[in-house]
Ligand binder design. Structure first.
Ligand code: ZN
Length: 279
């Protein structure tokens, strides 16, 4: 086995339709058939709407449930230069972030009996939270131990290179906080703005090189998909299934983000003190 793939779905639909319910049933069926784990990063208000459906999937040991804030508030401002225009979306204030994250962890605890330690930052950002120790401090106090916030390039756009591998926020004073960047494109942006929703082969071919690189160089490939976009024009999630099958054929192991974080923590703790301190 060489290489690791982390599959994280942001579950965030809050429109009228039952998109999230259909996604949860399909994603569970597919992952159960393949015997492959995944992490769901859940928006609090989406959880409130589909509590029973989330309870069902929470009982499945293949799924790791973490959060994506209560109402999809950004942890910092994005300034997107996609080559056609500039788009700015403002980040929330610290008090609001604390409220959004704390409330969602409480919902996961109350409804699903889960202790939340991981979070995907809505929209993701260039350099993750490396320039925001103030935000990291709030997340740490709210129990968050791994983040998925580094998921845009220097133009706050895509793709993100796999040169960027998971890293600790140790230099900022948070030695046990791990950043797990997402690579390539967010599935929704690629399929909506570049390929077209019906181009499932194009999506597979765009993601495949990241799997190859993980296998060839024994690196981590972190995939970001969403509930609504994963089932859009692909109700059976056949493109995702193809990617997972390909990863397995290439000998890439697939673990949840939570398991990956705990692995990294354990392997670091086993290292002798003088190595850890860099002396
Ligand atoms: Zn999102």
């Amino acid at each position: 086995m060489a290489g690791t793939m982390l599959i994280g779905y942001d579950v965030e639909w809050w429109g009228e339709e039952d998109v999230t319910r259909r996604f949860l049933r399909q994603v569970r069926r597919m992952h159960d058939e393949l015997g492959v784990p995944a992490t769901l990063f859940i928006v609090g208000r989406t959880l409130e709407r589909w509590v029973e459906d989330f309870r069902e999937i929470a009982s499945d040991p293949l799924f790791d449930l973490q959060q994506h804030t209560y109402s999809h508030k950004l942890l910092k401002t994005v300034y997107i230069e996609d080559g056609r225009s500039v788009r700015v979306v403002r980040g929330a204030g610290l008090d609001e972030i604390r409220c959004e994250v704390g409330r969602t962890s409480e919902l996961l605890r109350e409804h699903l009996g889960m202790e939340c330690i991981g979070l995907t930052g809505p929209w993701c950002y260039y350099r993750g939270l490396r320039d925001r120790p103030d935000v990291l401090e709030v997340l740490w106090e709210e129990g968050i131990r791994f983040t998925r916030t580094d998921g845009r390039n220097e133009r706050d756009w895509h793709p993100v290179s796999m040169d960027l591998q998971p890293y600790w926020y140790e230099p900022l004073g948070f030695p046990d906080m791990l950043e797990i960047p997402t690579h390539g494109w967010h599935d929704n942006t690629l399929r909506q703005e570049v390929l077209g929703w019906d181009d499932l082969d194009g999506y597979f071919e765009a993601v495949r090189p990241y799997i190859e690189r993980a296998a060839e160089r024994d690196e981590v490939f972190s995939l970001c998909q969403h509930d609504w976009s994963s089932v859009r024009d692909d109700p059976e999630m056949s493109a995702t299934e193809r990617l997972i099958t390909h990863a397995l054929e290439r000998g890439v192991r697939i673990v949840t983000c939570r398991e990956y974080y705990l692995e990294r923590l354990r392997s670091r703790e086993r290292r002798p003190e003088h190595v850890r301190m860099g002396v």
